[in-house]
Design a binder for this molecule. Structure first.
Ligand code: DC
Length: 221
């Protein structure tokens, strides 16, 4: 019998999924697959080609042959596009909105979901995303839906970007998060959705360690 297991962590932007997923994967000594990075790299590709991120016909000209690779260096995920490590570039604020836009295209989702399923089949991992428990891996052994209020999420993103030297306006950032929430949960195909059998954790007033302990308590049960 296979010992491979998957943990799905879904939720809206800025809910703390990636921080939780990173720590959890290192505690359990399994991989962390940041699926958002894949949508971000796809958006970067469209931007570099001057293709509108809502233009399904334009995007379909490159999506099947996209040279997108996920590699792990010292246990950390690096995202490669056309052979270049774009792990930093895909975090730039303008790429966030472009990723949310492009992720609404069915041709993009089918390609990404196929890649994600292949990775999850070959190794145990924590996957963070929007549709992991509801669509990508409906049979995942563990499913969590991580959320937080919009204000708390905007505040976290503000601190993260400011620390990296980006100049951002809090109200703008909050509006952008609300817009991404709307896009991500209203697209036709595999939207952001809480799986019926997911455990919901609101992290608004919880420390990272408290969330990790809660998740681990369910896994160890
Ligand atoms: O988690 P993130 O902010 O890096 O994700 C960037 C965008 O990618 C997000 O706005 C929605 C999309 N996304 C998705 O549609 N499905 C996923 N499994 C992961 C991300």
């Amino acid at each position: 019998m296979s010992n491979i297991f998957n943990i799905a962590l879904d939720g809206p932007s800025g809910s703390g999924k990636s921080t939780i997923a990173k720590k959890l994967s290192s505690k359990l000594d399994i991989l962390y697959l940041d699926t958002g990075a894949m949508y971000r790299a796809t958006a970067l590709k469209a931007l570099s080609l001057g293709i509108d991120t809502f233009d399904a016909d334009g995007v379909s000209t490159f999506i099947d042959d996209i040279d997108l690779e996920i590699k792990y260096i010292d246990g950390t995920q690096h995202t490669y596009l056309d052979g270049e490590d774009v792990s930093e570039r895909i975090r730039e604020p303008h790429v966030s909105m472009a990723a949310s836009n492009i992720s609404s295209l069915k041709c993009v989702r089918l390609k990404m979901v196929d890649m994600q399923r292949k990775i999850a089949k070959t190794m145990s991992c924590v996957l963070d995303g929007r549709d992991i428990g509801s669509y990508v891996l409906p049979d995942a052994q563990f499913k969590f839906y991580i959320t937080a209020s919009v204000d708390v999420r905007a505040d976290r993103r503000f601190k993260e970007l400011t620390l990296k030297g980006h100049k951002v306006d809090f109200e703008e950032l909050k509006k952008e998060i609300e817009q991404r929430d709307y896009n991500d949960s209203h697209r036709d195909f595999a939207p952001l959705k809480q799986a019926d059998d997911a455990i919901v954790i609101d992290t608004s007033f919880m420390s990272v360690d408290a969330v990790i302990n809660k998740v681990l308590s369910y896994i160890e049960k």
